[in-house]
Design a protein around this ligand. Sequence first.
Ligand code: MN
Ligand code: MN
Length: 310
Amino acid sequence: MSALVLNNPPPERDATLLERVRGSYLGLAIGDALGATVEFMTPTEIAHQYGVHRDIIGAGWLKLKPGQVTDDTTMALALGRAIIDRHAIEASAIAHSFDAWMRAKPVDIGHTVRAGIRQFRLQGTTVMPDDEMSAGNGACMRCLPIALATFGCSEAEVRAASRCQAHITHNNPLSDAGTETVILMLQALLGGHPLGQQLHRFAQPLATSHHVFNFRRRACRNPSGFIGDTLRVVFEGLFDTGSFEDCLVEVVNRGGDADTTGAIAGMLAGACYGERAIPARWLKALDGEIRREVVQQAESLVAMAPVALR
Ligand code: MN
Ligand code: MN
């Protein structure tokens, strides 16, 4: 007798839309909190200090409390708040919300983000000049609210909404291409389309049109804050593992910008596998206020979708 046993079952088919939506926003926060401990460490340093890093314990260079998140999560929350308040995607409302976020003295902030918010403060502009140097991952790390609010919009509308929030700080074609790809993948996963399909539909075409995203050629380790490095690690973690936990452990143990690779991998894996696939110990360890706020925003944003770009 032989039974067909799938060693890689598709749990994404079991989750409802709401479970995926909640899983995605929780995944972002959990990946951030997990990865922040080892941010800017090399894989060798991580192995030496933790063996395999797999628990949310805080610390790291930011000296975080266990379960505390960083700018990746709190900027996404600032973006989500602006969309919920205005019931629309509106550059000036989002820029105001980013400005309020910066005034509240976040635990960390990237220099491209700081420069963009400063420019808004001084000149009221919501589009940074096109910049070769701003191909950082700062627009991508906070993109989830756009994916939720534009769920059901056309691809052109989704891309325009993505640029509206991204260009406040990061106006760069590679950042745009990577961020829009992540948003379109998120929406496909939230819609219940299987993970394997996203490899051919989105990840591989992105790598073909821009070689900096060429993942799986040689495992990317110690990724910088460059969007190319970031998404190579995220795609390798996402497509070469079979669970939420394995994906995040694989990604953050590569070190480098680990809170951000963790955050982006977390939103995608959460959308893929759903809230129930998130290990209980991680949910428990995540800061309680953040946990409540991400779930609330996740539900509000998807409930108001599709939201218009103004
Ligand atoms: Mn961060
Ligand atoms: Mn980071």
